[in-house]
Design a protein around this ligand. Structure first.
Ligand code: MSK
Length: 634
């Protein structure tokens, strides 16, 4: 029996947010809700992608009366150039995160701040890269691998090493389309060069480079970020945690970690559990220390340590508005500069830690791998000492919390689903049990749902309504980023109750494997896990990725990273459904290239589907999955 009341609804989450906004009003706090009003309506040229400010002759805006910019570039060139720059920003950002992880791996040493927690994985990747492992000290191997990984960013020749993980058919498509990514930095530089004034204005060439640049992220920087994070911090395994704003605890020192890079948050978690620090917190009048997270840093520490998830992207101001946040500690990406002035309205310390993300009204404690322990300890201490500065009259933590099981790396999915069909697993394992569920029709297919919140969409409503729709239709979900947190906050990752929302087939799989129907695969960079899973499904079945009943979806995306992700997911052969337009609708040519039958679809056997009507987007996803099944005769 479905008990809809057991889920936390979007309406309930909005009511909690409204209560927090009332709290903010008492101290004159600004909010993103107000800033959206101030910024509406948005610029129509910007939304259509038809404004060019790449040189200083303009800015040029394309209208029926002025169909070309001053240089003569037409609307298709302008929209495509903007799209490629959008992609390059995302690819650079994700990949630089991956680079930081490679540097951290280089710092790893026996007994140090950072150690190799998954030596088997390191050895597996080393063998894959043709590196001798026999008789080698694991830290010597880690340093050698980190140097090789860093060379992937700037090597003068060749293509990304991890492309070989893709099925041969996919590799051939990339080769034939001329989109195999070379060095990661080169693809970003090429994108910037191509879009400089007086270079490319041919939309087809610009979109081709967008796919290539995206692939350098997905099968390059992000994949290294994920793989070497696993080597350093452990490959995630299923772990139980809790989600939503009610995970913050009134009587405890609350530290919220936010951003993307797990290097710092791992250390904060470690020191927050240190008996010396807990005793110190008690001496300051608190009952203990609670670390919770926002955005992808949250996903990282939830997957490896069961740290509760306070919220996703558009909840970042909410944690401060509780009046119970002693410190919000951020690393990189998706951090609102608004947190500076907002924290000043409360007692909250807003602590920035990376030279990449410097913000006004923050306390900057530069974090680096050599001094990671000291940095994290100083941050935890600062939060503890701030507990006494709370104004009890402003403390309001909404009572919303759901149980969630997270930590489904590819390795974990392969392992748990093996319990359904009892297939033999080899060293890496096999996806055959999952394939058997799909071919028999017990599961109709899978959706990889990812991405952010965006005020253009009622927060979380698209994620949650699409997830429910898929579950009812026996479609399993693999999720990451803020989409994952939307599911967790609603209760869709609770293995006990979420199965009640599923069709009979999916419910049975959940019961047999003891899994929730929405599988948490991690952070934004961990979408690379989804690529590995798709590649493995294709290899194990002998079916090209594009023919598998699997689709991608980002219904509330907002960041440049999401555009890069979209490019690499679609370029891997996975039809990708978007609920927000990527500023491309101003050009019929670019729209046709991205969404038509004869554009990128001809090169990579998949395309984008953009529909801002979420109900209709969901119908199209189900139709796409059913069409693929019919084409396979299953
Ligand atoms: S954090 S990129 S809002 S998913 Fe990765 Fe969430 Fe999107 Fe940032």
């Amino acid at each position: 029996m479905k008990d809809w009341a057991s889920l936390t609804t979007v309406e309930e989450m909005e009511a909690a947010t409204n209560a927090l906004l009332e709290n903010g009003k008492k101290v004159g706090a600004d909010s993103w809700q107000q800033r959206v009003k101030n910024q509406t309506p948005h610029c129509g040229f910007g939304e259509a992608g038809t404004c060019c400010r790449i040189c200083s002759m303009g800015p040029c805006r394309i209208t029926p009366k002025s169909p070309r910019g001053i240089c003569g570039c037409d609307v298709h060139g302008i929209v495509a150039r903007n799209y490629l720059r959008f992609t390059a920003g995302g690819s650079a950002t994700h990949s630089d995160h991956g680079r930081e992880i490679c540097h951290t791996l280089h710092q790893a040493k026996e007994g140090g701040n950072y150690q190799v927690k998954d030596p088997e994985k390191l050895i597996r990747i080393a063998k894959e890269w043709g590196v001798e492992t026999e008789g080698k000290d694991i830290y010597d191997l880690a340093h050698e691998m980190s140097e090789l990984a860093l060379l992937e960013y700037g090597k003068p020749f060749g293509v990304q090493r991890f492309l070989k993980r893709a099925p041969e058919h996919t590799q051939q498509l990339w080769h034939d389309a001329g989109i195999e990514p070379r060095a990661i930095d080169r693809e970003v530089s090429t994108a910037m060069h191509m879009t400089h004034m007086g270079c490319s204005s041919l939309s087809e060439a610009l979109i081709r480079q967008s796919l290539r640049c995206g692939l350098s992220d997905g099968w390059g920087g992000s994949m290294m970020g994920t793989e070497f994070s696993d080597v350093l911090f452990g490959t995630p395994k299923p772990v139980d945690t809790t989600a939503n704003i009610g995970v913050m605890e009134k009587d405890n020192v609350n530290i919220v970690v936010h951003g993307h890079d797990p290097s710092l948050s791992e250390m904060v978690v470690y020191y927050a559990n240190d008996p010396e620090m807990i005793a110190y917190a008690k001496s300051m009048g608190a009952k203990g220390i609670t670390v919770s997270g926002v955005c992808c840093t949250s996903n990282e520490v939830a997957m490896r340590h069961g740290i509760p998830m306070a919220g996703n992207f558009l909840n970042q101001e909410n944690v401060v508005l509780t009046g119970a946040c002693e410190a919000i500690v951020v690393d990189v990406q998706c951090i609102f500069p608004a947190l500076g002035p907002l924290s000043k309205c409360f007692h909250t310390k807003f602590i920035t830690t990376s030279p990449i993300a410097r913000m006004p009204d923050s306390e900057f404690i530069q974090f680096n791998a050599e001094t990671a322990g000291e940095n994290a300890k100083a941050i935890v201490k600062m939060a503890i000492e701030n507990f006494k500065n709370r104004n009890p009259e402003l403390v309001n933590i909404p009572d919303q919390k759901q149980n969630a099981r997270v930590g489904y790396s590819v390795e974990a999915i392969v392992k748990v689903l093996d319990g359904v069909a009892n297939s033999q697993v080899d060293e890496f394992g096999t996806t055959k049990p999952l394939l058997e569920c799909v071919t028999s029709g017990v599961l109709r297919g899978a959706v990889a749902m990812v991405g952010c919140n965006n005020p253009k969409v009622r927060p979380d409503s698209a994620h949650i309504s699409l997830m429910k729709k898929m579950l009812e239709n026996d479609i399993i979900l693999i999720v990451s980023g803020c989409s994952a947190q939307a599911a967790a906050k609603a209760g869709l990752m609770d293995p006990v109750k979420a199965k009640e929302y599923c069709g009979a087939g999916l419910k049975r799989v959940c019961e047999l494997a003891n899994i929730p129907p929405v599988l948490h695969m991690g952070s934004c960079v961990d979408i690379s896990r989804m690529l590995i899973l798709a590649a493995q499904l294709s290899k194990d079945s002998g079916i090209p990725i594009a023919q598998l009943p699997v689709v991608g979806c980002a219904p509330e995306w907002m960041s440049e990273k999401a555009v890069s992700i979209g490019n690499y997911v679609v370029a891997t052969g996975i039809e990708t459904f978007l609920g927000v337009d990527p500023y491309s609708k101003g050009s019929s040519e670019v729209t046709e290239l991205l969404q038509g039958e004869n554009g990128i679809n001809k090169w990579v056997e998949a395309k984008f589907v953009v529909d801002t009507d979420i109900e209709s987007l969901g119908d199209k996803m189900i139709q796409c999955i059913e069409d693929k099944r019919a084409a396979l005769g299953i």
